[in-house]
Design a binder for this molecule. Structure first.
Ligand code: SAM
Length: 225
């Protein structure tokens, strides 16, 4: 599947997204959520890792430095250009064409704050595609916004929830950054819907955790065939 719908949007947002990532007040994902993922995964050295929707590769580079063989995939070529220029000395593979990803290849897939950027049909397809890329027995970690606490979890997010909170309804996510507001469209997915999407795509659910109120982490396994 090649999703072009979000392509322009994310290419245009690179600078503001970088400003958001650099802002010390917004480090929950890197200081709390990602360390928890590493704790769950254990040893990553020597493993094949796919960072699906890696953007400017903040997590790919950590896993690379821990000895993993990392592929960073994102549909925004501009984000990948920045990632490459920042990490030119690291041996990370960067891909912006989904067709280049290999099936049944990755021991670990991380997909952090990506599913919620996609409308319902694409989100379902994305989970299906990730299942295909994962090696049998492999582990996948999805992180999404925990919609149950939207609007009150932390100050700098100003969210306009959809009037009718249907699964897949778009809502505007207005994020403060030191360089201005980053306004993006996210899609509403309840924890129940996320779980259903994973299980309908044959994943075995190994765990679900709510982290710092705002994030929901799902740990999934692809069964040995
Ligand atoms: C909120 S950012 C998260 C980036 C990164 N995972 C992180 O946590 O820093 C979302 C990223 O997902 C990418 N993305 C959204 N939908 C995608 C899709 N269907 N396929 C590949 N990349 C996608 C966007 O281009 C963007 O870089």
């Amino acid at each position: 599947m090649s999703n072009t719908e979000n392509y322009i949007e994310w290419d245009d947002y690179t600078e503001l997204y970088q400003a958001y990532l650099d802002d010390p007040s917004e480090k929950v994902l890197s200081t709390t959520v990602f360390p928890r993922i590493l704790q769950i995964l254990g040893k990553v050295s020597g493993k094949t890792v796919l960072d699906f929707g890696c953007s400017m590769d903040r997590f790919s580079r950590i896993m690379h430095d821990m000895g993993a063989m990392v592929t960073g995939y994102d549909l925004s070529p501009k984000a990948l250009e920045i990632a490459k220029s920042q990490d030119s000395k690291r041996n990370i593979e960067y891909l912006s064409r989904q067709e280049e990803l290999q099936e049944n290849y990755y021991d670990i897939v991380i997909c952090i704050m990506v599913l919620l950027c996609n409308p319902k049909a694409q989100a379902f397809q994305l989970v299906n595609d990730i299942y295909a890329y994962t090696k049998p027995g492999g582990i996948v970690c999805f992180v999404n916004t925990n919609v149950a606490t939207l609007g009150r979890s932390y100050q700098s997010f100003f969210r306009q929830l959809p009037q009718e909170q249907k699964e897949g309804s778009p809502y505007q996510n207005r994020i403060f950054t030191p360089k201005g507001y980053l306004v993006i469209t996210d899609y509403f997915y309840s924890p129940e819907h996320l779980k259903q999407m994973f299980e309908n795509n044959k994943f075995q659910l190994q765990g679900e955790e709510i982290i710092a109120e705002r994030s929901i982490l799902h740990i999934l396994k692809k069964n040995l065939e």
